[in-house]
Design a binder for this molecule. Sequence first.
Ligand code: FAD
Length: 420
Amino acid sequence: MGIGRIAIVGTGHAGVQAAASLRQDGFEGELFLIGEETDLPYHKPPLSKTFLKDDVPQLQLLRPEDFYARNRVELLSGRCVSAIDPAGKRLEFTHGGVLSFDRLVLATGARPRLPAVPGTDLEGVLALRNRADGLALRAALPAAGDVVVVGGGFIGMELASTFAALGRSVAVLEAAPRILGRAVSPLISDHLADRAVASGIRILTGTGLAAIAGEAGRVRRITTGDGQSLPAQLVVIGIGVEPNVELAAAAGLAFSNGIAVDAAFRTSAPDIYAVGDVASYEHWLAGRVLRLESVQNATDQARSAAAHLLGRPAPFRAVPWFWSDQGDARLQMVGLAYDPDRDVVRGDPQSGAFSVFRYRGDRLLSIETVNRPSDHMLGRKLLAAGIAPPIAMVRDAGADLRSLLEGEPKTSARAAVVSS
Ligand code: FAD
């Protein structure tokens, strides 16, 4: 029997791409795209980059305004789904009403994790995930000369550089020995930390947040785990996210760190799929179960899930990539560096533009680049083709790594941000 109606929950990168791909792949039935946010679906990455700096905050829409009507996508904005009945194939809305479906795609994303310390409820303690959070940060900035960013991950370091560029005194607390420690090589961590310090940011590693103190309900100071006291009129929490699994969990779907899906992005319930930040799956490249948080992952998974859902399975072989803008450094990463045993540098870190090729044995795991977009684009092709450049060649700045791709079929390396 044909599929009459597909419902998608979540209007982020994954949900919107799933809707677009379903139509592109020829789905002719009813298509509902449901999201609790009231804005037209928009790009999240600019929130920690340009959104706080622009005179007038601009949302970059994921699709033009008329995309939804043109593609017969019933966009239900400002609607929160409160329950799913997998057996009855119905979902319920928080403020009443139900919707039946033949297939359901869960693209509910993730939300910032908050530390279990006193004071997180004070005014001026914020986290960033969506436009409303971005507007709250903008509103808090005029009265905030001293900003403490808790967490030296991507969002924390991007925000720190944005605040420093806006003339604020900024301190970053990172509990691990180095910033971005779980994501990048020590060399890149150190390089980005040096750049941040040179721009006036204070970085405190090896210590976390112990308490936040305020006066008259507003934040005034924080205390670090090792007893330092720092002034703060704004505290931004950036210690990672938690996947929004509650809907799936309450419906009895399998989950652990994310909603568990198979290679076709099917959950443990028949006819229910999950994609994007919320989905946990065995990654073909890493050979382990993981959950990725990136625009590329969300859009590529959504494309693949749409094909599977319509009975046109294609093996998921997307190579993960990511970018982060910190001051005048653009970091780009491709691949997944689990258990690397050798980091090889190409280019001169002192010049501010270089790459780190990470290997396990002879296998190339990932390439991290700072202000070297051509190495990044090349890296996408090398990893897609399973080619590991010899280490001597990587070190030799004059060696043409592109020659390694000769004879390989052309791969389409997509633009960094996918839109319309
Ligand atoms: P989301 O974008 O989180 O969308 C999920 C949507 O589902 C949300 O709108 C949520 O409100 C909605 N929802 C949840 N539950 C319900 C419900 N019950 N009912 C209705 N709606 C619901 N990635 C990069 O690759 N590069 C970057 O530079 C980068 N920078 C970032 C900067 C910031 C500030 C943030 C927050 C993220 C950044 N990311 C970046 C990560 C990237 O934005 C995410 O990986 C991506 O948004 C994941 O898309 P998603 O659709 O899975 O989830």
